[in-house]
Write a protein that binds this ligand. Structure first.
Ligand SMILES: Cc1ncc(COP(=O)(O)O)c(C=O)c1O
Ligand SMILES: [Zn+2]
Length: 412
């Protein structure tokens, strides 16, 4: 098969037709950063120039699900039918706009399914599950699980509901009532998780881990928990590459807001694949943007001294939870760890980019410029880009999430 799931930390490769190629079996057994990534042996650039509006149809031949479907005897037409059938219940994925606004190139995800880019990660994963259940029927009956109280949970519940799958959403006990109500309307089973005295770590995340240990499928937006979620997010990078190629232009810089890191990891991977296929003339410099509470910046400073390979071999010396509970208007990028840090830093380093931290004032100013309809997390990349103001280089940003009735719902 020409698509494989390989661990970026140790090189372990999932057996062909493994229905759950989500996590490296060595993860947690040592200090190596084990994260599975999809690797294609060969691919054609043709999908980048396809005019099909649904990205999960247009770029299907880049997905592990499609390659696996071929390997088990499904035809391309059957696969397309399966994508369209699910998409009809989801509400319709279409390539999102990419246009110039206020001197920046903006990829606008605010009208995407469930109001943010997060649905891309989970649509990709659901398509995988629909193929995997043909290999192992138990996949069809396993519950889905996610720890989130914001866009990721809304996206997960939306896609799970469309696929008529049971989903458990673990949220902290201070999660907003309106998000919980919406999740319950979508049919999700929401569990509030209280902090237990003397137990460190996010209680919702701990309960999620327990559920996965009991056999639930990790239906999450974190690559370390499920390497396959990155692939769905890559549709954003592939679209960007198509849109740049169509305009015959290239970006000098791309600013990406980073919480858990899946968005940046996926965008970088998508652009790199486009570069490898000759669709892009060069990579933009990747700038990862975080709030002043920045575990990624802390890791980056150490990686600059010691190198990325050493960092991947000694994760705990580079990435650990932020010690104090951070606060910001950009609630969606407050993850206490950057779970996909290694892939993001690789992209930053290989492109000559940077890790930028922005203040609350800068986040507010960016959100004002972004205008109504974009959440503070959604415009956080712009806050980073404004620090470059004045140059004549072409700068890309991602408006990743919508605000709802003036209220942010970004919390990851
Ligand atoms: C609107 C929005 N943008 C960006 C992010 C950051 O994505 P990631 O956690 O994958 O870094 C999030 C995460 O919650 C989000 O909700
Ligand atoms: Zn591994």
């Amino acid at each position: 098969m020409s698509s494989k799931m390989i661990c970026a930390g140790c090189g372990w490769t999932a057996p062909p037709l493994d229905p759950r190629p989500f996590r490296c079996p060595r993860a947690g057994t040592d200090d190596v950063d084990h994260v599975l990534a999809r690797r294609l042996e060969s691919a054609s650039p043709v999908p980048f120039f396809d005019t099909e509006p649904n990205p999960f149809v247009r770029y299907r031949t880049f997905t592990h699900a499609w390659h696996t479907a071929q390997a088990i005897g499904m035809s391309d037409g059957e696969f397309v039918d399966l994508v369209r059938a699910l998409d009809a219940h989801v509400g319709g994925f279409v390539v999102t706009p990419f246009e110039q606004r206020s001197g920046f190139w903006v990829k606008d995800e605010t009208h995407n399914v469930a109001g943010s880019h997060k649905s891309r990660h989970l649509m990709g994963l659901m398509l995988w599950l629909l193929i995997a259940e043909r290999i192992d029927p138990s996949v069809a009956h396993a519950r889905l699980a996610i720890a989130s109280c914001g866009n990721a949970a809304l996206a997960a519940a939306t896609i799970a509901c469309a696929a008529k799958r049971d989903i458990d959403v673990y949220v902290p006990d201070d999660a907003s009532r309106s998000v919980i109500t919406r999740l319950e309307e979508l049919g999700a089973n929401v569990t509030r998780c209280e902090r237990e005295p003397g137990v460190a770590g996010d209680p919702a995340y701990l309960r999620f881990r327990e559920a996965v240990a009991r056999g639930a499928l990790p239906f999450t937006c974190q690559g370390n928990e499920n390497g396959l979620v990155i692939e769905g997010g890559q549709t954003l990078g592939w679209e960007l590459a198509s849109q740049l190629a169509a305009r015959g232009t290239a970006l000098d810089h791309l600013f990406i807001q980073v919480g858990g890191g899946a968005l940046a990891s996926a965008t970088i991977a998508g652009l790199e694949e486009a570069l490898a296929l000759g669709v892009l003339p060069r990579m933009p410099r990747i700038h990862a943007v975080q709030t002043l509470a920045s575990p990624l910046r802390r890791a980056y400073d150490r990686v600059v001294d010691r190198g990325i390979d050493e960092a991947i071999a000694h994760r705990s010396q580079f990435m650990w939870p932020w010690e104090s509970a951070p606060h910001s208007i950009a609630t969606g990028i407050l993850d206490d760890e950057t779970y996909d840090w290694a892939a993001v830093l690789r992209g930053v380093l290989s492109t000559g980019g940077s890790v930028i931290t922005v203040s609350e004032d800068e986040l507010r100013e960016a959100n004002r410029i972004a205008g109504e309809g974009v959440s503070a997390t959604g415009s956080a990349g712009l806050a980073g880009a404004l620090s470059l103001r004045g140059g004549d280089e072409s700068v890309g940003i991602l408006f990743t999430g919508a605000s709802v009735a003036g209220q942010s719902r970004d919390d990851s």
